[in-house]
Design a binder for this molecule. Structure first.
Ligand code: ADP
Ligand code: MG
Length: 246
């Protein structure tokens, strides 16, 4: 297997500078990392360390000032805007802290929206696998307002999976949930990695949430400051203390 096919996502020497001259801010300063297929990776770091910029560059929502990003083996720097939009739609699933469901659509319509926007039909068998997998199969006719926060996040996870993306990017997916519901959502992310072979990259502030991942990347001042494999919440908290977060 080539490196490109082993890694769902690869960043090489990614730098991102916002603004110019005296007001320039270096948000990412030479980040190189490969995210293996079928892995669950958390990204942590103090506020302003570049986590969101990292996620946006990984998603092709933001273009690096220099360096390369490859998604599913495709170098995204070479793509024009419309090709990039299509790549995002076909190969990336997003999960946000705010679930971003459309209130006028029912659960099933929300889940299948990305495919319909792409002019594609959902594969009924895959659709069944994901709605059962996220535990929302009995709620398909309901509107988001009729669901709890945890259930709405499950719908958002199903929507992120519907196009069978190369990578699922999650920005604080448990940030709006209580501890117990947050744990259920993390268990679910674990399940889509372990049983569906998905690749998940999650930004979080929470050491307990991060400990659900296979490995944790630490960012500080736009640089990779560490990488811990299967760390406990206590070890993660210790890292964060060293990075100056608490
Ligand atoms: P984090 O998500 O870890 O809090 P960000 O990636 O949001 O960090 O930001 C990293 C740095 O880049 C911060 O100093 C932030 O102020 C700056 N930054 C982020 N986005 C922009 C932008 N659009 N314009 C200017 N500066 C930005
Ligand atoms: Mg952020």
């Amino acid at each position: 297997m080539t490196t490109a096919s082993m890694n769902a996502l690869e960043l090489s020497g990614v730098r991102k500078v916002y603004g110019s001259g005296g007001s320039a801010v270096t948000a990412l300063d030479g980040v190189s990392v490969g995210i293996p297929r079928g892995s669950f990776t958390a990204v942590m770091g103090p506020s302003g360390s570049g986590k969101s910029t990292f996620l946006h560059c990984a998603a092709g929502l933001d273009r690096p000032t220099s360096g390369r990003v490859a998604l599913g083996g495709y170098e995204i720097g070479n793509l024009n805007e419309s090709a990039l939009t299509q790549l995002r739609r076909d190969r990336i699933g997003f999960i946000f802290q705010a679930y971003n469901l459309l209130p006028s659509l029912n659960v099933l319509q929300n889940i299948t929206l990305p495919l319909r926007l792409a002019g594609r039909k959902p594969d009924p068998q895959w659709l069944r696998t994901i709605v059962e997998g996220v535990g929302i199969a009995k709620r398909l006719e309901h509107r988001p307002a009729e669901l709890s926060g945890g259930q709405q996040q499950r719908v958002a996870i199903a929507r992120a999976l519907v196009a069978r993306p190369d990578v699922v990017l999650a920005d604080e997916p448990t940030g709006a949930l209580d501890t117990r519901t947050g744990k259920q959502v993390l268990d679910l992310l674990r399940t889509i990695v372990d049983h569906m072979g998905q690749t998940v990259l999650m930004v979080t502030h929470d050491p307990v949430a991060a400990s659900a991942a296979d490995s944790v990347l630490f960012l500080a001042d736009g640089k990779l400051a560490g990488h811990a494999v299967k760390p406990t919440p206590e070890r993660i908290a210790e890292w964060m203390t060293h990075l100056g977060e608490w």
